[in-house]
Design a protein around this ligand. Structure first.
Ligand code: 4AD
Ligand code: MG
Length: 477
């Protein structure tokens, strides 16, 4: 007898043969029909039990959530909703789930409720679909880079550098917090720490990726990233995964071309390989939309939205052009933004980004050439000496999904910038070395993995696209 995953069983459909499957009970109807799911696919296999042939005590153990092994003959199904079913001859109960205690019952649970049950929520259709798509997307990302001449590199998780200069870092120390070693002035003496200096969890692998690009040519990272920002939004996590390609000899234009080609390619991969899960997620969204007021409903169903992104050019405009549009726009009934754009140089809020993408252009937008003052120190200064070669890719429903730039490759200009940003040059001696030895034009960007998963699954809250979200007050699991 052959053991199958449910996906393979439905695919191969060996009618008349004896088969064996393992899985968790979704439902058990009329003491006769078990819907079994093993996570390999959204679909269940129906296992038909002739209750007269089985011990009553055994049948009592078959409740929603129980883990079973069943075997029997695969036959065509007479019932509606499935093509084949197993006529069960044998049942082995791996483990029971008490119906009054098991929280994931066959009814619609709210996403908020399921967040409290993060260890069990993957047994629901919604979360299993999202997590399969997440896995496929990760594979697509590696495939894209591996097929395009990039090398995968691992950057340190514990580091002494603050790549974004944003100061939103988790400290890492082996010191006793009650009694840290102090210097003569009474300051904490990090030189006595395990690492011999103050260290933190990485906020970005970019600076280290730059060092490898300037030797391997084209590299990418794909790793965990930590930001101690206390922002309780549906787009921010304290621990998220970021993909950061970095390319020697690329200017900003080529960086934009790569970013656009890359996100289209991985979106197409998901469209081609996750059809069943996407259709389910689309239907889920449409049901959810029905309960919303008309003006909040999305204009396009999920699959159509993904196809739109794959098939249309992203709109590219400079920050300065965006400011002109925003100054002259009436975004809503009140005809103004919550944070009106007063002048050139202001940072854009998400309401501005979403207006450009969702109302004005109705397309993904790449904004570039931002004011130097609102972007990180490492970005290449333009000849106007006011703007830098930065780019942000903005997506419908998400806002910023990618941030990137051409990097400052000129030693003196970079040193000047470091001074202006009040960063200690000594901390970045190795980074400056790149500009001393064989410096060259180079560029890169960072894609927020969870924001990309949100986009392709249509999930509204970032907490629902990562197995164990780390947000303020949430590290139980
Ligand atoms: O724009 P960010 O901060 O850029 C960087 O870190 C650069 N070093 C990237 C580079 O050029 N190599 O972050 C990049 C992306 C954002 O566009 C967003 O998608 C995501 O990372 N991101 C977050 N995702 C979830 N939670 C957070 N707290 C995030 N912060 C940034
Ligand atoms: Mg950014």
């Amino acid at each position: 007898m052959k053991s199958f995953s449910i996906k393979d069983l439905l695919q191969e459909s060996p009618l008349g043969e004896k088969v064996e499957v393992n899985g968790w009970v979704k439902t058990f109807r009329s003491n006769r029909f078990i819907a079994l799911n093993d996570g390999s696919t959204l679909r269940n296999i129906q296992c038909v039990v002739d209750f007269e042939q089985f011990d009553e005590q055994l049948l009592k153990q078959i409740n929603t959530g129980a883990a079973l092994k069943t075997s029997g003959t695969l036959v065509e199904s007479q019932g509606r909703g499935q093509d084949v079913e197993i006529q069960v001859e044998d049942i082995f109960v791996h483990g029971t789930a008490h119906p009054e205690e098991y929280p994931i019952q066959p009814k619609k649970h709210s996403l908020e409720f399921l967040r409290e049950k993060a260890h069990l929520r993957v047994r629901t259709n919604t979360f299993s679909a999202v997590m399969r798509v997440r896995s496929a997307l990760a594979f697509a990302i590696h495939s894209y880079f591996q097929q395009h001449g990039f090398y995968y590199m691992h950057t340190p998780i514990i580091t002494g550098s603050d790549a974004e200069g944003a100061g939103e870092m988790f400290r890492v120390t082996t010191m006793d917090p009650e009694n840290p070693p102090k210097d003569e002035k009474g300051h904490i003496d990090y030189s006595k720490d395990f690492f011999g200096k103050e260290t933190n969890l990485t906020v970005s692998g970019q600076l280290e990726a730059e060092t490898y690009a300037m030797g391997l040519g084209k590299v990418y990272t794909f790793g965990p990233t930590f930001r101690a920002e206390n922002s309780n939004t549906s787009r921010h996590l304290a621990e998220f995964w970021m993909i950061e390609p970095e390319m020697a000899f690329y200017e900003l234009k080529e960086n934009m071309d790569l970013a656009e080609d890359f996100v289209k390619w991985i979106t197409r991969y998901v469209l081609d390989n996750c059809t069943e899960d996407l259709q389910f997620l689309e239907k889920r969204l449409l049901d959810e939309e029905k309960s919303k007021p008309q003006h909040q409903r999305s204009e396009m169903p999920l699959v159509e939205k993904l196809q739109f992104v794959v098939n249309n050019e992203f709109k590219r405009i400079t920050y300065t052009e965006a400011i002109d549009i925003l100054k002259n726009s009436k975004p809503n009934k009140k005809k103004k933004f919550e944070y009106p754009i007063e002048e050139w140089g202001a940072d854009l809020q998400s309401e501005h980004e979403r207006f450009l993408v969702e109302k004005y252009f109705k397309s993904p937008v790449i904004l570039y050439d931002y004011p130097a003052k609102i972007k990180a120190f490492y970005m290449r200064l333009n000849d106007d000496e006011k703007t830098v070669r930065a780019m942000d890719v903005l997506f419908p429903g998400i806002g910023e999904i990618i941030g990137g730039s051409q990097r400052e490759e000129r030693l003196e200009v970079l040193q000047q910038k470091i001074k202006e940003f009040n960063i200690d040059e000594k901390e970045l001696w190795w980074y400056l070395d790149l500009r001393r030895f064989g410096t060259a034009v180079h560029s890169g960007f960072g894609l927020g993995f969870e924001r990309m998963v949100q986009f392709v699954t249509g999930m509204g809250n970032i907490r629902d696209v990562i197995p164990y979200p780390r947000t303020p007050q949430n590290a139980e699991f």
